[in-house]
Every structure is written in C-alpha cells, then in structure tokens.
Ligand binder design. Sequence first.
Ligand code: SF4
Length: 463
Amino acid sequence: MADEFPFEISPMFEGERVRKDGMYVELAGPKSKGFELVKSVEMDEIEDGKFTLIGPDLSEMEEGSRHPIAMIYRIAGELVEQDLEAIVERRNHDFQNYIQGVMHLNQRYDIWIRVSKDAMKKGLNSFEQIAKATMMLFKNELPFIEKIEATYITDLAGVEKELDGAIATYTARDERTRDLHDEDVDVFYGCTLCQSFAPTNVCVVTPDRISLCGAINWFDGRAAAKVDPEGPQFAIEKGEVIDAEGGEYSGVNALAKSLSNGEYDRIKLHSFFEYPHTSCGCFEVVGFYIPEVDGIGWVDRDFMGTAPNGLPFSTMAGQTGGGKQIVGFLGIGINYFRSPKFIEVDGGWDRVVWMPKLLKDKVLADIPKDIVDKVATEEDASDLESLKAFLKEKNHPILERWVEEEEDEAVEETATAAPTMQMPMMAAGAPMAMPAGSGGSGVKIILKNAKVSIDRVIIKKSE
Ligand code: SF4
C-alpha cells in the first residue's frame, strides 16, 4: 500500500531535519498559524479514508513560501472514546515524521511543518498524499481506529475560524485533572514515545503533572494504556511514597531505572533541583535557574527575545533536551504551572522570578494573588541587573533567600575566610548545567562533594 506514495515511509526518517535552504514550503510555525486536532465521532458519521482540502494545495504554493495549516482528523471505532483523542493526536507528530521529506515539530496549536524541495522533486505535490499516508499509519499502528477521515485547511480565514474551537477542546482536556491529585490515585502513566530522539527520556504523567509536550494528561494516559497496554503509554504502579513533597515514589524510580537503561534511578516529580524529571525536547516551556538571584525563570517557544540570563529559548532548549536529568534546567508542559504541586519542594511560585508576558498572561489566573505582580516579565526586566532591581522593588519572597545566603556566607567567611555562594541542594552524581551567561557579577561557585559529568561544552564568542 505504501507503494502508492512518491516517498518512503519509515521511522528512520524521524530525525530528518528540513533546513531553510532545503525547504520547499513551511506550514504553521512561529510566524504563522496552525493546529492539529483529533475528534472521536460515531461510526456512521464519517467515510473511511476520505480527505478534504480547504485552501491551496502544495502544488499551488510558491517555493520558499509560508502558509497556515489546520489538520483535523475524525476517528471512529468500537473502542474509540473521547479520552483517546489526545493520544491519537500526539501520534500525528511521529507519523508525519515517518514521511521522507516532511518535518513535523511540536503539537496542538504549536505545530510547525516543513516539506523539502527533494520530496517535491520526487513527486510529493499534494496534501492528499501526506494525509493518506498519515491515515494509513494511524490505522496500522492504532488498530482500535476502524475509520478515519481528514480535513486539512490551508486558508488563513478557515484556520482562524476553527482555531478557537480547537483551543477550547485542549482547554477542556486540561481542565479534567483539576480536581484530581497524585495522592488520589494508585497508578501513574508513563510515555516513551520521545525515546526515538531522547533515548533515556521517560515521561511520568500524574494528575498533578501533565506531560512535557502538554498533550497527554493522566486521563489520556489511562485511556491509552487500557486500549494498548503494550504501547508507548503504560501504567506505573506508584508503590511506596519516598518523598511526598518532592513527589518521589518507589514504583516510579524502579520503572525509570529500567526504561532509562540505568541512566538514572530516582525521579522527584515536583522538584527542580534534586533528581528532576528528565526533559526530552518536546517540552512547551524551559525553566532555568538564575544563580544571581537564586530564583527560577521560565521561557516558552513563542518568546523570541532573550531571557535575563542573555539566552533565547532555543539555546536553553538545546541544553535541556536529550532525555537526561539536567540540574539547573527543566522542561515542562504549560499546564504544570496550574498544578498545586508545581515545583513544590523548591518553593513553588515563591521561587519564580521571571517569565515572558504572553506566557504569564496564559496562566495568570493560576498564579497566587500575593506573587502575581512580583514575577517580572520582559517588560520589567531584560537583564540581571534590572531583574534584581525589580525583585527588590516588589519585595519578592526570593529576597528572604538572599538574606539567608548572606548570613550563611558571613558564617562561612568567618570560619574559612573563603567567600562562597551556596547552590541549591543537588543530586550527588547528577550532571549540572549552568546558563552560559550566568557567570560574572563576581560570583564564585564552589561545589562540595559533587561529581560533575559534562556531556557537551559549548564555547561561544561573547557578543
Ligand atoms: S513529551 Fe513525553 S508524553 Fe509527550 S510524546 Fe514525548 S514522551 Fe510522550
């Protein structure tokens, strides 16, 4: 059946990147609009394999151009239920990356797709070919889908018309876990889909912690594990509680050890510094430690500027991803900001000092009232000096840590006559990453009894 397509289809193309100079057309992405959505319907509501295109086709697009795109799939089957929509939707990312010459990044309303010039030369000239190949993969890999049809929209007005409805669907899915918490369940869910490019990453999805990609919540994991227990989403028995506040469980540790091939054997689900959750590369937001203020900043994919540490999202994402525990950086899904256990063991929102304005606005209603005006955005602070000044002016709770540190330093200075700045507690033996721009300001960092392993050193000329 795959012979009908003018391109090869294989998981080996998953890592393929379509760079700007090899790109024929770009769809959605940060400079346009788009989304992907899966909806479950009754069997008699759809025609299996049907494809509808609203807007220009690939063959009508100019080389080097950019267009919006919505990819809407409707699925039906005896076992198909609403809870499976998010799981199926997340696979659009894998399956489109199986197509040679097609690159699909991100998820939901953040999708970013490129089609290569080489693929066009070989005969890929219609969205129908991409949609039919993707639908074939959906049915082959997820046999509970008995019928599927696809509608792609490449016309801006059409995408905008459907976008609000899609966002309402994502929001409704995220809302479902609001009243359910980690202590209310005996089972969490794991996902290893991203091991294709981050071989040691295991996402642990709990009621209080959505997946890093933001696309899979606890209910989605449960539905996926029920319908395909041998698939990439599976149940994790919590086991014994080791650290309730940090979110450490014996069952999660055991599974993490086996699924990461022993790369790590402890995970604290709600910790930023000690045995943090791994980060694959699909995270919606990166958290970064700012030693100069002993606080944590967060930056999302949509933010095009640089954070107060002088780094853009892309640089920090590069340091964070890969499936390891990187102390100092943490990838999360946006909905984790809404969790009552959000980095609880490290101080929760009291530790947050900076985030882009648009991201802050997205989660505004969930930021505690007493801290909301004390978290800086790019409008308040663009570098470390302006950030410090803002935090002082607003009397941010992080100032209490500065006092404690100054007292500690005074004690140490008296005892050893050597100035130190204490880093937050870290896992012995865990790799540590510091923002490249975090040096300077006369701060000296002394690591005591620490083993430091370095996977990669990036040396850049300062600008
Ligand atoms: S980010 Fe996590 S939950 Fe999302 S697809 Fe990757 S492994 Fe699965």
